[in-house]
Design a protein around this ligand. Structure first.
Ligand code: PRP
Ligand code: URA
Length: 208
């Protein structure tokens, strides 16, 4: 199992701005997109390179390019869309799958309402993104679904995690590495991350 906390000062500064309850939805959205790019830099650090012949204005050379099929970004709806925006800015050619899940307010179980993945997801690296890893019910359900669809290599990227969520996720899927900007203190009685930032989807889209 692998859990990486990206403690870069820019990530931490932007995350603190996002936690502030007075931050507007417009700024929250911009900050999430910016953090997604910074986390994405780390998540993609081990992508394999292969040389290809190109001509610079001065000479020919063997230049390194990312090898293999384009990867797939899979946001968990809704809030994952905010992270996917940043990842797609980094990797505009990536394929995109969508998994729609919401938390049942009583049981906190993940309820699936939508799934659309590229046909050849079994041939590609998948990056699943969702800002919040609370109980991990949503993330575990999304990874279950992707594994059933044949995805052989999956990474998970979030903004905030609770220790309870990290444990549940790594117990269920020890082969899927996690990148997060922070691991907070605990979950409250409603399974919200403390200190957290509140409801990520509502803050991102200005609902509630
Ligand atoms: C939030 C969040 C995660 C989930 C995390 O989504 O974006 O998907 O909760 O909680 P968990 O780890 O306990 O499953 P929510 O269900 O509120 O839906 P939304 O993105 O549509 O707001
Ligand atoms: N989902 C959120 O949006 N926030 C939390 O703190 C927990 C789950």
């Amino acid at each position: 199992m692998s859990v990486t906390v990206v403690d870069h000062p820019l990530v931490q500064h932007k995350l603190s701005l996002m936690r502030d309850k007075d931050t507007s939805s417009a700024n929250f959205r911009r900050l999430l997109r910016e953090i997604a790019m910074l986390l994405g830099y780390e998540v993609t650090r081990d992508l394999p390179l292969a040389p290809q012949r190109i001509e610079t204005p001065l000479t020919g050379m063997e230049a390194p390019f990312i090898e293999g099929k384009k990867l797939v970004v899979v946001p968990i709806l809704r809030a994952g869309l905010g992270l996917a925006d940043g990842l797609l800015e980094l990797m505009p050619q990536a394929r995109v799958g969508h998994i729609g899940l919401y938390r049942d307010p009583e049981t906190k179980a993940a309820v699936e309402y939508y799934c659309k993945l590229p046909d050849d997801v079994a041939d590609r690296l998948v990056i699943v993104c969702d800002p919040m890893l609370a109980t991990a019910n949503s993330a575990v359900a999304a990874i279950d679904l992707l594994k059933r669809s044949g995805a052989p290599r999956i990474k998970f990227m979030c903004l905030l995690a609770a220790p309870e969520g990290v444990k549940a996720f790594t117990d269920a899927h020890p082969d899927v590495p996690i990148w997060t900007a922070a691991i907070d203190s605990h979950l409250d009685a409603h399974a919200y991350i403390v200190p957290g930032l509140g409801d990520a989807g509502d803050r991102l889209f200005g609902t509630k």
